[in-house]
Design a protein around this ligand. Structure first.
Ligand code: FAD
Length: 375
């Protein structure tokens, strides 16, 4: 990947993720069979390869926005499940890094960076998806601990991670100011996980907390801001993941067009598939440049970095959906066969629009920033 926004260290990192993917992720069939177990396995392998450093902020790791982007792009090229494990680790680590005490950071970030512990953020609930201010899971003080009760939904790595960063409401406290973040040990007996069977191999599930012991992470009243900032920090990477998935779809299509023959010649000889290839490439390339620029702005601490990241996520997610859709069509009926790579990418691409805040919410956030400036 040649780009002026990336330094030698990022290029070297991209190479390591590519090697990791070739070695451990090419065969994705197992992702589909047992997503949760596979997520645990992939997380451990990433840790052993030293590749979770890019998910954890300094000084424990080295998670600048460009490293996160490079990682997520490379992983999504091979397997969205693997990319989700990395992104989830990064979200948990960023929340811990931003809100944790020195003792909490020492305890958890050193384990998250080695992969000894996998982490996840349990924010959403059945009645609180986009509207996280509506979270109902309650936290009751119990001496030096807290006891959490409630249901969290769509938790990445539910049942397999070692630590959850949970968004909950302090008992009796109303509104967004009543919310706080808590750390819950994944191994506690009163933490029950149930996998969700999704259309793609997504390692997600529901989490039931029944007076589960927890410690508070950060001050109450700041939780939603912390979550918003962590999402913002990971957003160029979310755009990168979309580009990785789209790149794979394009490569699969090119291979297919060169090998599939109709009317006595390869499909690549006909004008309309050729046009499609050019359009797909142009769209993915534009999205990738925007994502890299957004990551570079974030690493430079630029004021307009959040806007660039939002624009990149919107453009890249849409580009991925269009590219995968075209890829499927250019594969003809073969594209509909369950288990083919483009069919899998098609199912995976749908998740990109929803997780880490839906695309609609990102668009509303960006519109608000633009309009505010002109008021
Ligand atoms: C693959 C995947 C992984 C996930 N991982 C995690 C995780 O690790 N931890 C976690 O806590 N959550 C996770 N989630 C949950 C995710 O954050 C939510 O799915 C997302 O926030 C949307 O919530 P919802 O699904 O309840 O949809 P809803 O909030 O019910 O929204 C439904 C539709 O309405 C639209 N909508 C909602 N409000 C508005 C509005 N104000 N204006 C315009 N449109 C609106 C949405 O854009 C969407 O299209 C994951 C989800 C997916 C798909």
């Amino acid at each position: 990947m040649t780009d002026p926004h990336l330094g030698d260290a990022h290029r070297e990192l991209a190479g390591r993720f590519r090697e990791f993917g070739e070695r451990h992720l090419r065969a994705v069939a197992r992702d589909e069979d047992q997503p949760a177990d596979r997520a645990r396995e992939v997380g451990t392998l990433l840790g052993e390869a030293g590749l979770l450093r890019g998910a954890v902020p300094e000084p424990f790791g080295a998670a600048d926005a460009r490293s996160i982007l490079v990682a997520r792009e490379r992983l999504a090229y091979f397997s969205l499940l693997a990319e989700m494990v990395f992104a989830s680790q990064a979200l948990a680590a960023h929340l811990l890094g931003a809100a944790g005490t020195d003792v909490q950071k020492e305890r958890w970030l050193s384990s998250l960076v080695s992969g000894a512990v996998l982490g996840s953020a349990a924010l959403a609930e059945p009645e609180a998806g986009s509207d996280l201010a509506a979270v109902r899971t309650t936290a009751k003080s119990d001496g030096s601990l807290w006891r959490l009760s409630g249901v969290k939904s769509w938790v990445t790595g539910a049942g397999v991670v070692g630590v959850y960063v949970v968004l909950a409401r302090e008992a009796g406290a109303e509104g967004p100011e009543g919310l706080a973040l808590f750390l819950v040990d994944g191994g506690a007996p009163d933490v029950a996980a149930k996998p969700v069977e999704a259309t793609a191999a997504l390692p997600v599930g529901e989490l039931r907390l029944d007076a589960s012991p927890a410690v508070r992470l950060g001050e109450p009243g700041k939780a939603l801001r912390l979550v918003g900032r962590a999402f913002e920090r990971l957003r160029p990477g979310a755009a990168g993941a979309a580009c990785g998935l789209a790149t794979r779809a394009l490569e699969e299509t090119v291979r297919h067009l060169l090998s599939r023959r109709q009317f006595g010649r390869p499909l690549s000889g006909f004008q309309s598939p050729r046009m499609a290839v050019a359009d797909m490439h142009a769209e993915v390339e534009a999205a990738r440049r925007l994502a890299l620029h957004a990551a570079w702005l974030a690493d430079s601490g630029a004021e307009d970095a959040p806007r660039a990241a939002a624009a990149a996520r919107i453009v890249a997610t849409s580009a991925a959906e269009r590219t995968v859709d075209r890829a499927l069509h250019l594969h003809g009926a073969q594209g509909l066969v369950r288990g083919s790579t483009v069919e899998r990418l098609f199912r995976e691409a749908r998740a990109l629009r929803l997780r880490e805040g839906t695309l609609e919410l990102v668009r509303l956030e960006l519109a608000e920033a633009i309009l505010k400036e002109s008021r």
